[in-house]
Structures are given as C-alpha cells and as structure tokens.
Design a protein around this ligand. Structure first.
Ligand SMILES: O=C(O)[C@H]1O[C@H](OP(=O)(O)OP(=O)(O)OC[C@H]2O[C@@H](n3ccc(=O)[nH]c3=O)[C@H](O)[C@@H]2O)[C@H](O)[C@@H](O)[C@@H]1O
Length: 447
C-alpha cells in the first residue's frame, strides 16, 4: 500500500515543478556539485525524485514480510568441515543410544542435559542463538563446557527453517530435546513479542521441519508449571485445567501444548511436554530470583520479597537441576517413535505431558534464609506486595504420573541444592568469593 502511495505522489508532481520551476535552486545544486566534484553531473529535482523513489522501492522490497527470511550474516554454517563437526557431535558412541538435537543447548537446562547425554554415549548436537536476554558470557562459558565434553553447538535460531532442514539433512536425529525458549515470567510485560517469536513461531517452525524429516524424530520439550496459572487446587496435577494463565509467558507455553497436540494428531509426531517447576542450580539463569538475590546479598544491596496479601511470602516448588536432568533423560528414553513419514501420519503416536517438580513448595522468605546461611551474609530484606505482572502465589507439583511412567524421583531439597549453587557461584565469580564470609576451604570440606 505504502509503495503504491509513493508512486502516485511522485506521478502527481506537475512536470513544470519537476524540471523548470525555481531555476535558482537548481543552479545552486549544480553549482555545489560542480565546485566539489569536477566530473559531477547536474542533479535536477526530477532526478532527486527518481533516486528517492528507487530508494523507497528498494527499501520496501527488502523490508516486505513476503520476501523469504534471510540468514543472519553473523551466523555462519555450512561447508564440509562444519558438516563433519555436526556429524561427529551427533554420532552415537555407545549403542543403543540416541542421536539428539538439543535446542537451547547453551541455556541452563540445555547445558546440563546435553553433557549428561554425551557422557553416557548418546550423540548430541546443540543449537542456540546466544541471544542477549541475559549475560552472554555465561552462555559462552556453558558452550565452553559443552565443547570440552564433545558437544558442538551450532549458532542459529529455531526460526531459521533453512538451517533446521540442513541439520536434518546431515543427521538423522532420533530425538529432539526442545529447550530453546523465551523464559522468564515478568519480562513478558517488557517484551511480549519475543515470547510469540520463540515459544510459538519458533516451536511451530521446528515442528514443521520435524514432521517432514525422514525418519521423524521423537520430541521432548519444555513446557512450564506456569500453565497452572491461577488454579488453587493443590498439588497441581496434569489432569487439572490449564486455562487460567496469569502471564503471556504462561499463555505461550499453554499454546505450545495445544500446538503439540495438533502436530501429534495430524502428522504422527511423538511428543512429550515437561512442565518444569522453577528449576535452579549451578550454571543457572541470572534473571531468576535465587540467582540475583545471591548477587544482591553479596553486594549488601536490598532484595525484594513478594508477599501475597493475607498469605505471606509467595512460594515455589523449587526443583534442583540434577533432578530435572534425570526427568528429561527418562522422557527421552521412554519416548516411542513418531509414526509419520514424508509429512504423513501412518498411525496414532505418543502424546504425553508430565510435571517435573520437587513436591515441596518453599516460601521465598525461607529461600532467602537458606542463602544467608550458605553465604554467611545477612540479606537486606524489603517485603512488598506481589506486583500484578504475571506472577502467581504458589506452585506445587503432583509428580505421581512422572514417578509411575518415567521413574522420576527428585532427591535434592532446597537446602542441599542451594548449597551446591552457592559453591558454584563463588567459584564462577571470583569477586563474589571475597564478598562472602565463607572460608572456601571449609565449604569444600562440607560438600
Ligand atoms: O516454573 C516455571 O514454570 C517458571 O519458573 C521460573 O519462574 P518463577 O517461578 O517466577 O521464578 P523466579 O523468577 O526465580 O521467581 C521465584 C519466586 O521469587 C519471587 N520473587 C521474584 C523476584 C523478586 O524480586 N522477588 C520475589 O519474591 C517470585 O514471585 C517467585 O515466587 C522461571 O523463570 C520460568 O522461566 C519458569 O518457566
């Protein structure tokens, strides 16, 4: 529309004003051009209009949403050496094993599961766009850990269909562990479109490529406890309704579950969704409360603890990373094969959803007390009513289904898990160690 408008505006300029009117101005331009550049061509108003028109035409052509998505120049993939690295990373070393594409591999859960899979002999290829949602140096450090274990992380986005197709051309993945997502509950207020882009558009793009792959992989992906939203029946069970999301983040994860249903139904993709409950631990996410509380406590800065009026501090079913890793691996191991081929369903396929929680919610004020104990520094607490920006009062997982079908059994409580986190934090950030009252050697002996 805007292109057409531009054309008509230029077309309506009377020819007299295009070249003949205001000759003094024309001579000013030509004079300036001639005096600065000996070989300059006189530029009339008409020529300027043409240049402007062509520039607008080029701008809108390349900006048009109908033009095919172009690869980011920063992302470099392809070539024989690259393909060798991809194949080698995805190669199964001990049989029987899976060949797994892990999206979001440089993320918190992604790194831990990728390393665990690789260590037991599965083939693992990572994919991550290394976006700037939080500290990229931490993501690069996780990439370093992965590379030392033999996991190659391809730098690219789940929305890049060409790249995904290429990966499936090079490797016949048996499984996809889809962890790439826009995480964080409250950030959705600031950047809503990033949730739609990654958690909906990106997921659909990945499923499109998976459904056309031959063989189709089985998919295990990260949903979230946030889908239970404003439910008040406790503990949360997979059978409960999930149509009260309290945040856009929750709504996009819920949408993901419905999208998974569709691809299972139409194309025979085997899909397992895992509802993670506030996962924490070493190499965690700096945008999460336990992580930035640690930083603020060490810097003697105040921390804000949310309270639900009449209910005290908000509470979470904090789940330690090692338990979640075991749950992810059990989901991969028990996933049945997809039934489709060539983009067509050949029979009913597995569709599952599981809670991966810890089953013991802890108030955030208690979490702060545990951190104080492990850091040996008193927190400066500020209690504030829970803001209305997507948060929920509490989460509590019923894990009996995961226990029965995956053999999932969390073993780390918050006290023990935070001790491991603090120990990692103080060794990862050398300056933090100086701010803590901990004697590092004492800490080493205890854990
Ligand atoms: O389980 C989940 O589904 C979700 O868990 C976390 O979300 P959340 O539980 O909100 O985790 P945090 O942001 O670390 O907050 C933990 C608790 O601390 C509270 N909080 C947070 C920030 C703050 O300044 N003060 C405070 O009391 C929150 O209300 C919440 O109860 C993750 O950030 C989500 O990506 C994930 O999907």
């Amino acid at each position: 529309m805007s292109q057409l408008k531009t054309i008509s505006i230029l077309d309506n300029i009377p020819s007299s004003t295009q070249s003949k009117s205001k000759p003094e101005k024309l001579s000013y331009y030509t004079h300036r051009c001639r005096s600065n550049f000996p070989f300059a061509i006189p530029i009339s108003k008409f020529s300027l209009s043409c240049i402007l028109f062509l520039s607008l035409l080029l701008f809108y052509t390349f900006k048009s949403p109908s033009s095919p998505p172009r690869r980011s120049l920063a992302v470099d993939w392809g070539g024989a050496a690259w393909e060798r690295r991809v194949r080698s990373s995805a190669r199964v070393r001990s049989r029987p094993g899976h060949s797994v594409l892990v999206t979001g591999a440089a993320g918190f859960v992604g790194m831990h599961v990728s390393i665990a899979l690789k260590r037991r002999g599965d083939g693992v290829l990572g994919l991550d766009n290394f976006n700037g949602y939080y500290d990229q140096t931490l993501k690069r450090a996780r990439q370093g850990m992965l590379e030392r274990t033999g996991v190659f992380v391809v730098e690219g986005d789940i929305n890049d269909k060409e790249l995904l197709k290429k990966l499936f051309d090079v490797v016949s993945f048996t499984h996809v562990l889809h962890l790439a997502a826009q995480a964080g509950v409250r950030y959705a207020i600031q950047n809503p479109s990033s949730y739609v882009h990654s958690n909906i558009a990106g997921f659909v793009n990945l499923l499109e490529v998976c459904k056309s792959a031959n063989p189709q992989p089985a998919i295990v992906w990260a949903s979230s406890s946030s889908v239970y939203g404003l439910n008040s029946k406790l503990p949360f069970s997979e059978k409960d309704r999930t149509d009260n999301p309290a945040s856009l983040y929750a709504a996009t994860k819920k949408a993901g579950e419905e999208i998974a249903h569709t691809y299972n139904h139409i194309y025979g993709l085997s899909i397992t969704g895992l509802r993670f409950f506030t996962v924490y631990g070493p190499w965690g996410r700096p945008d999460m409360a336990y992580y930035f509380f640690t930083k603020d406590i060490l810097n003697r800065r105040p921390i804000t603890i949310f309270e639900a009026p009449g209910h005290g501090s908000v509470a979470r079913d904090f789940t330690f990373i090692d338990d979640v890793v075991k749950g992810c691996i059990a989901a991969l191991d028990t996933a049945k094969k997809s039934t489709g081929s060539g983009g067509k369903k050949k029979g009913p396929a597995q569709l599952r959803i599981y809670n991966l929680g810890n089953t013991s919610p802890v108030p955030v004020s208690d979490l702060v007390s545990i951190l104080e104990k492990h850091l040996k520094v008193k927190a400066i607490r500020k209690v504030q009513p829970m803001p209305r920006n997507g948060d929920v009062r509490f989460t509590h997982a019923n894990i009996s289904l995961a226990q029965k079908e995956l053999g999932y059994k969390p073993t780390t409580d918050l006290e023990a898990g935070l001790k491991k986190f603090v120990r990692w934090y103080l060794s990862y950030y050398p300056d933090a160690k100086k701010k803590s009252a901990w004697d590092f050697e004492v800490l080493d002996c205890i854990s």
